[in-house]
Design a protein around this ligand. Structure first.
Ligand SMILES: [Zn+2]
Ligand SMILES: [Zn+2]
Length: 250
């Protein structure tokens, strides 16, 4: 069991790098529909790459720490338990991320989130550029609540591992400044459930609103969604990107 967990942790500590490198290669070598017709500066890229070495292992260390210590209790792996744990982790992370993210936008806590927002234009490396404390809080909140739940319902280590792998990949895409969904995505049923890269690009360029991680539910419910997200997505997907960070499509 412990060897298995350590094996998962090693993968979690390194797998974000090939994801970022692959997406970074793709956006620079394939014809993509960008959200902002702008290039990240060499200084931004350098800063983000430097930050990635500090922040990417945090999830892996906490994952191993919670499980190996017995704080997060793991049951007998089965398809049902893996699936249930994955969905539970997904739903809780959406809630935890939304409210902790909004809190970090308050003046008193902004020092935690400041590093990530130095990048007003998103790029693949932005997805791994955070302060150590921000990533620690993110994963501690996820795993802490899963640990509490596991006291009465044991969970699947593989389900949590699979969630993190999915999160790393989608978070990289979400910061890649290119729209891979078709025009009108936000009018489709899928677009009502999951965000596309345009969504988070607007959070970085405008600093407020669109706080959601992979879904827009809480932003819609609590009125923190940019109203032109659908128009910006359509324009990007049709090859009419925004030309500067202040542009709106209202
Ligand atoms: Zn933010
Ligand atoms: Zn971001």
């Amino acid at each position: 069991m412990t060897n298995e967990i350590l094996f998962y942790s090693v993968i979690l500590a390194i797998i974000n790098f090939p994801f970022v490198m692959a997406v970074d290669w793709y956006v620079h070598n394939k014809p993509v529909n960008v959200v902002y017709k702008m290039e990240e500066s060499a200084e931004q890229r350098k800063r983000e790459i430097k930050n990635s070495f500090v922040t990417t292992p945090v999830h892996a260390i906490l994952f191993a720490g919670f499980i190996v210590s017995g704080l997060l209790r793991i049951g007998q792996e089965s398809i049902a338990l893996i699936f249930g744990t994955f969905v539970l982790t997904f739903l809780w992370t959406e809630i935890w991320h939304y409210f902790s993210h909004i809190d970090m936008h308050h003046k008193s806590l902004h020092f935690i989130h400041r590093e990530h927002h130095l990048s007003m234009l998103t790029a693949p490396w932005t997805s791994v550029s955070f302060s150590f404390l921000e990533k620690f809080i993110f994963s501690f909140g996820i795993l802490g609540v899963l640990a509490l739940i596991s006291q009465t319902h044991e969970l699947s280590a593989f389900g949590i591992f699979a969630y993190y792998v999915m999160y790393f990949f989608t978070n990289t895409l979400g910061h890649a400044n290119f729209e891979f969904r078709k025009a009108g995505y936000y009018d489709s049923p899928m677009g009502k459930v999951f965000n596309s890269p345009t969504y988070h690009a607007l959070h970085h360029s405008r600093y407020i609103k669109n706080y959601g991680l992979l879904t827009p539910w809480l932003d819609k419910l609590l009125g923190t969604e940019w109203k032109d997200v659908s128009l910006v997505q359509r324009a990007a997907a049709e090859g009419r990107p925004l030309s500067n960070l202040k542009e709106v499509k209202l």
